[in-house]
Design a protein around this ligand. Structure first.
Ligand code: FAD
Length: 535
């Protein structure tokens, strides 16, 4: 084994979470190092460079709040920033706080092993480095491990295969090409209108139709930005009071969709549609709880889809039937209208399955074959969410038990922050915390602040380790499931449930409700870290 470098804390990942963790750990005076698989900082925004990639929480809110000078200085140019702008922002943060020097880039952590005798983690990488760390912080991302779709013949394709989640740094030339896109989730919805502008022919292979609400993206008016910055602290505090990320500057009403008449309901949906984006789901307070209320919202969006697509058959295929919001709502800029263009074709692979990828394209249908010739195949096939990146590392806790075994029937954590049997290991936005249902930058800041305070507390009180207790963990997992069962979230095969990964246990992974969660974490901490053993 290589000689290991001894550190107080090792951080895996250099996205929002890893960068902020390194910054805070330095503030504690810790010797901290980071390891990142990508060649640079940015995480999600380093990897997902596909055309149209942008945030769907407004830029003024999808950004760090920990440093007032930073948030006052940075000027966003659009309501929803594009990937290049978000990446520039993260790079600016890395430089401003001199964070890059703590990271080893282009290096993947492969194993992490707890030593009972030293009470430390030994961590190895694919570059042959080894670290010996007191604390191990997994800032590995909820949506960082892409799925490799199992389509027969994929490796025989003679054209170019592009993953939205690993888009090349040199922009591929799609002009005049015959392009196929597999998938209709967020990345597909964002990229399809722009791919259609370049391609000579575009075929979209759809398994499940998607609900998308218009972004109404626009340049940010400097006066609007100044007004937000004048009361940033207040707005950030309001953002932390949102149960599910929607946006804090949104007019909202605290009423059930079922307690108003049809006309008022319709007006309210029209207003939310005009506002645009994820706040649509906040048009009433029960859209994701009551099936009847949800159906009114779903039907409103279905009508909007039909209005945007002139061919009724295509419109029908694009129209979802399931509960709206059960899968992550997409925010679009011209997605449905793209299917009105003569060179764009929608293939419903539910009705006509992909038989195989061939050297020249995609073969459809098992009996009456149809060959669709393609130069480029874009795979917008999603992520092994929330557990994927952790699952790929061989993490061994007490008695050599692996995290994979511990999570074989679904992830188990206490507060989404710690796992029994894995002392001094922290998961930033881990399963069992609001994570992907919150504005993730807000969720990340909350977790990193808690980890920082906890490490400081351990040192002040002369304790070496912190570990989740098994009963507290069991109760927490049950609680996360109970909360989900009061909503419509578990009613569809979403990635929140692991349903997009063959063989993955179906467990609802994020906790619904950010403000309540923050209070629970504060209560646990104030109650002498109830449910954790400090030793
Ligand atoms: P990431 O940014 O995913 O960074 C994790 C890093 O860890 C990656 O760079 C990865 O390479 C690295 N890593 C993983 N495993 C290893 C390993 N074994 N060794 C070394 N390095 C490793 N969230 C929102 O709240 N609002 C949005 O609008 C929004 N839009 C999104 C759009 C897209 C296209 C995607 C994919 C996600 C979006 N998200 C959004 C979620 C987004 O992932 C988070 O907001 C945020 O960027 C996560 O930051 P992170 O640091 O936790 O993880």
């Amino acid at each position: 084994m290589p000689a290991s470098r001894s550190v107080d804390m090792l951080v895996v990942g250099a996205g929002f979470a890893g960068l902020y963790m390194v910054h805070r750990a330095r503030g504690l005076g810790l010797d901290v190092e980071g390891v990142e698989a990508g060649a640079g900082v940015g995480g999600t925004w380093y990897w997902n460079r596909y055309p149209g990639a942008r945030c769907d929480v407004e830029s003024l809110e999808y950004s760090f709040s920990f440093d007032d000078d930073l948030q006052q200085e940075w000027e966003w140019t659009e309501r929803y920033a594009t990937q290049p702008e978000i990446l520039r922002y993260i790079e600016h943060v890395a430089d401003r706080f001199d964070l890059r020097r703590s990271f080893r880039f282009g290096t993947r952590v492969t194993t992490a092993t707890w030593s009972e005798s030293t009470s430390r983690w030994t961590v190895e990488t694919d570059a042959g480095d080894a670290y010996d760390a007191r604390f191990l912080v997994m800032a590995t991302g909820c949506l960082s491990m892409p799925i490799d779709p199992q389509i027969p013949g994929l490796d025989t394709f003679a054209g170019e295969i592009l993953y939205t989640s690993r888009w090349p740094h040199a922009e591929p030339d799609l002009v005049g090409k015959r392009v196929g896109v597999v998938g209709t989730g967020s990345s597909a919805v964002q990229s399809i209108p722009l791919i259609a502008e370049r391609a000579a022919a575009l075929t979209v292979f759809q398994r499940t139709p998607t609900y998308a609400v218009p972004a109404h993206n626009r340049p940010l008016d400097p006066e609007e930005q100044a007004a937000v910055k004048a009361r940033y602290a207040e707005l950030r505090a309001e953002a932390r009071q949102m149960a599910i990320a929607t946006g804090s500057r949104v007019p909202r009403i605290d009423a059930s969709a079922m307690e108003v008449d049809d006309q008022i309901r319709h007006q309210r949906f029209e207003q939310a549609w005009e506002w645009g984006g994820l706040p649509f789901l906040g048009a009433f307070n029960d859209l994701i709880i009551d099936p009847a209320a949800n159906e009114t919202a779903a039907e409103f969006v279905r009508t909007k889809i039909r209005e945007q697509v002139s061919d009724p058959e295509v419109a029908e295929r694009l129209t979802p039937r399931q509960v709206i919001g059960c899968k992550r709502l997409c925010v679009d800029s011209g997605y449905y209208a793209t299917f009105d263009q003569p060179h764009v074709r929608l293939v419903d692979v539910g009705a006509t399955p992909i038989d195989a990828v061939t050297p020249t394209g995609v073969r459809l249908g098992s009996e009456d074959h149809e060959d669709i010739e393609l130069d480029v195949l874009v795979l917008a096939t999603g992520f092994d969410a929330m557990t994927g990146a952790l699952d790929r590392i061989d993490i061994r806790g007490r008695d050599g038990v692996t995290l994979r075994e511990t999570w074989a029937a679904g992830p188990k954590t206490y507060l989404g922050l710690g796992v029994h049997g894995f002392p001094n290991l922290f998961t930033v936005t881990g399963p069992g915390s609001p994570s992907v249902l919150a504005n993730m930058v807000v969720a990340i800041e909350h977790h990193v602040d808690w980890i920082t305070d906890t490490v400081a507390h351990l040192d002040r009180s002369g304790q070496a380790t912190i570990e989740a207790e098994p009963e507290a963990q069991e109760q927490w997992v049950a609680y996360v499931n109970d909360v989900a069962s009061f909503t419509l979230f578990p009613t569809c095969g979403s990635w929140y449930l692991g349903a997009n990964v063959p063989g993955k246990p179906r467990v609802f992974m994020p906790l619904i409700g950010f403000p309540g969660y923050v209070q629970q974490v504060a209560d646990v901490t104030a109650d002498a870290y109830r449910g954790f053993t400090l030793a």
